[in-house]
Design a protein. Structure first.
Lengths: 197, 528
């Protein structure tokens, strides 16, 4: 009988504690409620913002939304490449996945102006407003703002837009790793550590 | 332990301040006794559009133009920039990419001048002999116009430092005559031969920043330079606040932050400039060039270049025009065959290894070296494991932990490397020099720094793209809303008749069902 009483006291006190904790949590949820999903912004911040749609979503934010809700895999961002994939996987706490497509070299769109008919279709297609022009005026691309998404190439009725490889600037050149065996070895180890040899 | 004891003694004032670490490499000052010679004018001079830290210039001339010596041929395109001037009179023959001293091996758009041999000067700039009564801002503009950039090797635009800022008054002007890199002797020879002119330049700097105290710093392996400067100083009027400090030779004493600490005991905080602690540091060569710009009205068209190295028959100090191909300078000193020779631009510690000797002298060319394979130590290409000896940490003048930083850079843990103050590294090479395992430490730091700035640049670009994309989305939304609003307005004002009939029908059909609805009422009213 003594032991039975002890059991009841224990259950009652734990139950009461759980009930109180539940109330506190419910209130806390109301007070510290966050509008929207912060995960979307966190994922969006990792994406390269080319707005290219190569992931199958209409832009970076929609893809971020899909990734944050678990709908989409982490490996669909083509221009972001391996680094972005690893960062997203790390953020989402999921296993890294093999990339489906290799990222190409950074590109820039270029309008061959003497062939442009001034139809403004490319201007409407550009997701970052990087094309200047007006109806029946030559259009041109602001190279500093072009993300190389290629979305302007398709709508052009006269095919006057070329995708050029972005020229490497001497100011933007970065030192490669030293050309020694050990430096290569260090890199291989890091890749093994990241889960894909 | 000795390092800790030293720090303690310095803090208690028992010992003079001195920067931590440092090394004593063989100095190889082969050209220390060679007087400055004039290198003459090369038939073709090649002037890269960017010879300073900052924004590149754009050309102001076209092919076929005649130019005079000292005439501006490329203008600066931003604040952190200085113009480029023709270094002799002649004709512009071409404007195209040419190799420069850069580790990437990439070229730089350059202006080629064919010398006409007359070497006529552009005399449009008035000499300012009475500079003591001239406003410092005018002198500052003169320094910018004349294309002055730090001739010690960093080529930071000089005019930017020469400013009077009420928040950061300059207390001490330091004249840097340390020249701690092995082989180089340009500053040394300049101090020996043109001490008085250098002091004129220093007086101009002190007038410009409104300071009365100055220190001339010279290492004790250049006693003749210190004597020459002392003699000139005693003969000069109005320089009572200036004294000469002879420091024990140690590399990298000539580095700005390290020198300031040694002389004043004040540390330049990370990410700040010397002016923030009330100090201005100028190289002696730059100071002399400033004097020429102000007193003679001459733009920067020549500089002193040490040409040296164990593979060079006749080491010398040459007064060379900017744009002179270094191959012709080597030929002048008796070196024509470059097989098995490593050419270095700058000093052996911080300079660039060149792939070929076909680059021009630029504003940063303090020296050009021809080194034999033995001298550059071929074993340095084999990297061995770190044995944790700690020599690199002891040698580091910025008090970093090089072996740890190198590991972090090698494994791309760049955020952590930044936490360990990777950007405080001045890339002096002391750690690589002492490493018994031949680890190319500085190379790892350069890789790490490059990757970090690359990532930062990408992030800035991504953020800008995101804003542009969001701006576009809101604009499209607004336009659609406006369009819809216009459409409904048009429907109301333009087509009352055809719209009226179906409305009445609709009202009629729903009449029985919604007799109580008040919103059906206005329509019959409108009809009447």
């Amino acid at each position: 009988m003594e032991s039975m009483n002890g059991l009841i006291y224990a259950l009652a006190s734990l139950g009461a504690f759980a009930f109180c904790a539940g109330i506190v949590l419910a209130i806390a949820q109301k007070i510290f409620h966050i509008e929207g999903d912060p995960m979307i912004d966190n994922v969006d911040a990792l994406l390269p913002q080319t707005q290219c749609g190569q992931c199958g979503y209409p832009g970076c934010k929609p893809y971020a939304t899909a990734v944050a809700s678990g709908e989409a895999e982490v490996n669909h961002c083509v221009p972001g490449g391996e680094r972005t994939m690893l960062q997203i996987a790390d953020l989402m706490g999921v296993e890294p996945k093999e990339l489906e497509q290799e990222a190409s070299a950074p590109m820039l769109a270029f309008v061959r102006e003497d062939e442009c008919i001034g139809c403004t279709l490319c201007i409407k297609a550009c997701p970052v407003d990087a094309i200047i022009g007006a109806p029946k005026q030559y259009h041109t691309i602001i190279a500093d703002h072009c993300t190389g998404c290629t979305l302007c190439v398709e709508p052009c009725p006269v095919d006057c837009i070329d995708m050029l490889v972005k020229p490497e600037l001497i100011e933007h050149w970065a030192w490669p790793l030293p050309d020694t065996k050990r430096s290569q070895l260090g890199h291989e180890r890091r890749e093994q550590h990241a889960g894909h040899a | 332990m000795p390092a800790m004891l030293r720090t303690l003694a310095q803090k208690l004032g028992l010992m003079a301040h001195t920067f931590p670490g440092g090394i004593h490499p063989d100095m190889h000052k082969l050209s220390a006794a060679a007087p400055i010679e004039d290198a003459g004018i090369s038939p073709v001079l090649i002037l890269p559009m960017k010879q300073h830290i900052g924004v590149p210039c754009t050309s102001m001339v076209k092919i076929g133009d005649k130019v005079l010596r000292g005439q501006k041929i490329a203008k600066s395109e931003g604040y952190l920039s200085v113009p480029v001037h023709a270094s002799t009179s002649g004709r512009i023959v071409k404007i195209e990419e040419h190799a420069i001293a850069h580790p990437s091996g990439m070229g730089m758009p350059s202006i080629f001048i064919e010398a006409d041999g007359d070497d006529r000067r552009d005399e449009s700039l008035e000499p300012i002999t009475d500079w003591r009564n001239v406003d410092p801002t005018i002198l500052r503009e003169r320094a910018r116009m004349c294309g002055l950039a730090g001739l010690g090797g960093a080529v930071f635009p000089t005019f930017i430092k020469l400013v009077q800022d009420r928040r950061f008054p300059i207390e001490t002007v330091i004249l840097n005559g340390i020249e701690c890199e092995p082989y180089l002797t340009t500053d040394h020879r300049l101090m020996v031969e043109q001490a008085s002119e250098i002091l004129d330049g220093m007086a101009i700097i002190m007038h410009m920043v409104g300071s009365s105290a100055g220190i001339i710093a010279i290492e004790d392996n250049k006693t003749d330079a210190a004597e020459a400067m002392q003699e000139a100083l005693t003969n000069k009027d109005g320089m009572d606040g200036v004294h000469i400090e002879v420091l024990p030779t140690r590399y990298p004493q000539g580095s700005e932050k390290q020198l300031i600490y040694t002389l004043t005991g004040r540390e330049v905080p990370a990410g700040k400039l010397p002016m923030h602690i009330g100090v201005l540091c100028q190289n002696v060569g730059t100071t002399k060039a400033l004097r020429d710009a102000v007193i003679l009205g001459q733009t920067l068209t020549e500089r002193i270049v040490t040409i040296s190295g164990d593979a060079l028959p006749r080491p010398a100090n040459l007064n060379a025009r900017i744009g002179t191909p270094i191959r012709s300078l080597f030929a002048r000193q008796g070196l024509e065959d470059f097989s098995n020779i490593q050419v270095v631009h700058g000093g052996p510690m911080m300079g660039e290894r060149l792939r070929h000797p076909d680059i021009p002298v630029v504003k940063s060319t303090s020296g050009i070296l021809a080194l034999s394979q033995q001298a550059i130590n071929a074993a340095h290409t084999v990297e061995n494991p770190c044995i944790r000896c700690g020599h690199c940490s002891e040698a580091c003048p910025a008090s970093l932990v090089p072996n740890l930083l190198a590991d972090l850079c090698r494994s791309d843990q760049l955020e952590k490397a930044e936490d360990y103050q990777l950007f405080d590294c001045i890339e002096c090479g002391a750690c690589s020099y002492v490493c018994p395992s031949n680890i190319p430490l500085v190379h790892y730091f350069r890789y790490g720094k490059g990757q970090i700035s690359l990532a930062r640049r990408e992030q800035v670009f991504a953020e800008a793209s995101r804003q542009r994309s969001e701006g576009r989305d809101t604009r499209i939304e607004r336009e659609n809303a406006e369009k819809a609003a216009r459409r409904s307005r048009v429907r109301k004002t333009h087509a009352p008749k055809p719209a009226a009939e179906p409305t009445t029908e609709a009202v009629a059909s729903t009449d029985t069902a919604s007799t109580t609805r008040p919103d059906t009422k206005p329509i019959p009213e409108e009809k009447s």
